[in-house]
Design a protein around this ligand. Structure first.
Ligand code: GUN
Ligand code: ZN
Length: 434
């Protein structure tokens, strides 16, 4: 069945960190987007397309709005939904005092299913249509997540956390269990519908070299799977990794040693990486997930995205919330904090660059740029509709707005979940703001 939506539309066809913005940004003030069988079948100015639609095609009109590719969260922990906004600690204490306690509850599949439901509905309310997700060590927490995501037909990537040291006993597996349970979950879920399995060692401090050996084997047995972990988030964490892996020249080289840096490998944070480590990311094709709300909340620091994206050996970057250390499901709010991180690094992040990063840029970091993150024929019909006047102060501020760039900047600075008027997943409307 054919359906269509009509309104202003913004998408990108190329990377403005590498070429002129004018060759990348595509804006259409009055567009029609036609959807069929989960895909976008046609896009263009309404005046050109209106006569081509079949007579029974329903068109939904969005006035004073902007249709964008569904937002993509490239690094997020669904089991931490229940501990968002936990007071007072930096990374390592925050993990011990909040995270590891909450995650133990996910041995109960019913609990996992209930939390996955809250988490995914909240994402849809925020226009997030795709995410790359950490579950817990328990395989049933992974099944629960994929089962709920499949109900909404969302494109999701997720995996079982592997860890065999430096966490409570109930959360530890072993090198063999990490391999066996991950492989069994991948067999069940990888490429099943819109689901993909992600090989997920939590971070270097919680895996022994023996576990990394097994995950290295798993990575070569599953060449098409994503890999995710954390790197260089907090300076005490970096020092700890140095003491645990004294033979490795850097934190990044621990992952490199075990074959875990490659295309479609994505590492959260990367705040304190050296030039040599960024070169290693660039050479292997691995990406960094930029998690600014989390980085400010935990006092971790501020990642220099512009340097990563524009250095001589550039690194791909995905935008991410990193909930529950992150403080918002909203990618608009994530861009707001990314702007502040950029300012602290001495670079202003333009709204065009920010919206690119939130869509095609993140899809590219995940190796999904041929499927999502762009509004064009053949792409999957995952879309978010932003109401450009969602609060009294945004409505007032927009009266003084003189350009598209300024309008986008107002949205990324002031807007949040209240701005999402509708969310479409694979062509089906899954959220309609009351
Ligand atoms: N490093 C290892 N595990 C985690 C986690 O759950 N959240 C964050 N922010 N960093 C981590
Ligand atoms: Zn994380």
């Amino acid at each position: 069945m054919q359906t269509a939506i009509r309104g202003a539309m913004l998408t990108f066809k190329d990377d403005p960190f590498q070429r002129d913005m004018r060759d990348c940004m595509v804006y259409e003030a009055d567009a029609i987007i036609v959807m069929e069988d989960g895909l976008i079948s046609a896009v263009g100015p309404a005046k050109d397309l209106i006569g081509t639609l079949s007579s029974d095609t329903q068109i939904r009109n969005y006035k004073n709005s902007l249709i964008v590719p569904g937002f993509i969260d490239s690094h997020v922990h669904y089991p931490q939904t229940q501990i968002i906004g936990a007071y007072g600690e930096q990374l390592l204490d925050w993990l011990n005092n909040y995270t590891f306690i909450a995650e133990q509850q996910f041995s109960e599949k019913e609990h996992a299913t209930a939390v996955a439901e809250v988490f995914l509905r909240e994402q849809l309310r925020n226009g997030v249509t795709s995410s790359t997700v950490y579950c817990t060590v328990y395989p049933q927490s992974v099944d629960a997540f994929f089962e709920v995501a499949s109900k909404y037909n969302m494109r999701v990537q997720a995996g079982k956390i592997c860890m065999d040291r430096n966490a409570p006993g109930a959360l530890l597996d072993t090198p063999q269990r990490a391999y066996d349970e991950s492989a069994a979950l991948a067999k069940k879920w990888h490429g099943n519908g819109r689901n993909e399995y992600v090989i997920t060692p939590r971070f270097a401090p919680t895996s022994t070299p023996e576990q990394f050996e097994m995950l290295s084997q798993l990575a070569s047995d599953l060449p098409s799977a994503l890999i995710q972990s954390h790197v260089s988030e907090n300076i005490n964490e970096v020092a700890w990794v140095k003491s645990l892996y004294p033979e490795c020249s850097s934190y990044t080289s621990v992952y490199h040693k075990y074959g875990l840096l490659r295309d479609r490998a994505i590492y959260g944070h990367g705040i304190h990486l050296s030039d040599e480590e960024l070169d290693l990311f660039s050479a292997t094709g691995a990406a960094i997930a930029h998690c600014p709300t989390s980085n400010f909340f935990l006092g971790s620091g501020y990642f220099n995205m512009k340097n990563a994206r524009t250095r001589k050996n550039p690194v791909r970057v995905g935008m991410a919330t990193d909930l529950g250390a992150g403080t918002s499901f909203s990618i608009l709010q994530t861009l707001n904090e990314a702007y502040k991180a950029a300012q602290l690094n001495g670079n202003a992040l333009s709204s065009g660059h920010a919206f690119y990063q939130a869509s095609r840029g993140t899809a590219s970091a995940l190796g999904l740029a041929d499927k999502i993150g762009t509004i064009a024929p053949g792409f999957e019909a995952d879309l978010a509709v932003i109401d450009l006047h969602s609060t009294p102060i945004i409505d007032y501020r927009m009266r003084y707005c003189e350009s598209l760039e300024e309008s986008l900047f107002i949205q990324m600075t002031l807007a949040d979940d209240r701005a999402i008027a509708a969310t479409y997943v694979a062509g089906r409307q899954v959220y309609d703001r009351p």
